[in-house]
Design a binder for this molecule. Structure first.
Ligand SMILES: [Zn+2]
Length: 122
């Protein structure tokens, strides 16, 4: 029974490897949208009645090796950036699943070993 489960988990790991190999470009971080006010006192963004801020501006914030960074994203790079961010999320969830499966496999193998040694001694 454990062996079947182990085989199922190993097969899933093979699927994960294939999926990882097919992933495109990635980048870590989260996308946010901003509207800004400029330095020009007569600009539409400072209108006391109906202020219209500049934007939207898009930026990606991430932290890497303990350092957090924010990078602006041009509108024409937005779609590609969203794809890269999504690929990173997929990468992370796949590797987390791989680790979780590996942990389970170790447990199942230990259980199977115990069972076998009981059989052998009785
Ligand atoms: Zn302005």
């Amino acid at each position: 029974m454990h062996d079947k489960e182990i085989l199922r988990f190993l097969a899933r790991i093979e699927d994960i490897k294939k999926h990882l190999a097919s992933l495109g470009e990635m980048r870590p971080g989260s996308l946010s949208r901003q509207y800004n006010i400029c330095g020009n006192p007569t600009c539409r963004c400072k209108d006391p009645e109906n202020p219209k801020k500049h934007g939207p501006y898009y930026q990606v914030s991430y932290s890497h090796k303990g350092k957090s960074t924010t990078q602006f994203v041009k509108i024409d790079a937005l779609a590609e950036t969203k794809k890269q961010l999504k690929n990173y999320q997929t990468f992370k969830s796949l590797t987390e699943e791989w680790v979780a499966l590996s942990v389970e496999i170790v447990k199942l193998r230990k259980k199977a070993e115990k069972k076998n040694s009981k059989k052998a001694s009785s």
